[in-house]
Design a protein around this ligand. Sequence first.
Ligand SMILES: CC(C)(COP(=O)(O)OP(=O)(O)OC[C@H]1O[C@@H](n2cnc3c(N)ncnc32)[C@H](O)[C@@H]1OP(=O)(O)O)[C@@H](O)C(=O)NCCC(=O)NCCS
Length: 139
Amino acid sequence: MEIVIANKSHIVYADIICKTIAEAAQVRGTGIAKREPEYVAAKMENGNAVIALEGDKFAGFCYIEAWGHGKFVANSGLIVHPDFRNLGLAKQIKEVIFKHSRTKFPDAKVFSITTGLAVMKLNSDLGYKPVTFSELTDD
Ligand SMILES: CC(C)(COP(=O)(O)OP(=O)(O)OC[C@H]1O[C@@H](n2cnc3c(N)ncnc32)[C@H](O)[C@@H]1OP(=O)(O)O)[C@@H](O)C(=O)NCCC(=O)NCCS
């Protein structure tokens, strides 16, 4: 498994990423926003995404959203393909994107918005502290 900062060579995976997100949203019914392939592709081109690949097979993805001129950064759109779940991949992706966020936006407050139990657990393990929306950007 390789987990890397995505670049424009990964744009070929934008469709399957959005499809996997849409399928997960359908299964869960709530709390997972739809993403368009163009949006995901732009994140890759700008070096604001992490992708996990097993050979040339898509395994997982996450991207950075920045607000308030880089003062606030969220790690968003986390998705692991069903074939690769429960192997610790989401945890590894979150670690890579957290380090990348720190490097690229050293002065930002890094946060993660979630309605999912698995991601809440992951975030706690990584040292994130729970806050209300009033402590985040109002953007
Ligand atoms: C949520 C998701 C990213 C987890 O990916 P994963 O690679 O299977 O997660 P990991 O294997 O790294 O597991 C991380 C932890 O979460 C736990 N976990 C995984 N899936 C879980 C679930 N459905 N419910 C509760 N806990 C779960 C694991 O047990 C593990 O905890 P541990 O370290 O104490 O064993 C993946 O299931 C997914 O893509 N789901 C659909 C999309 C989604 O919900 N995205 C998040 C939107 S906020």
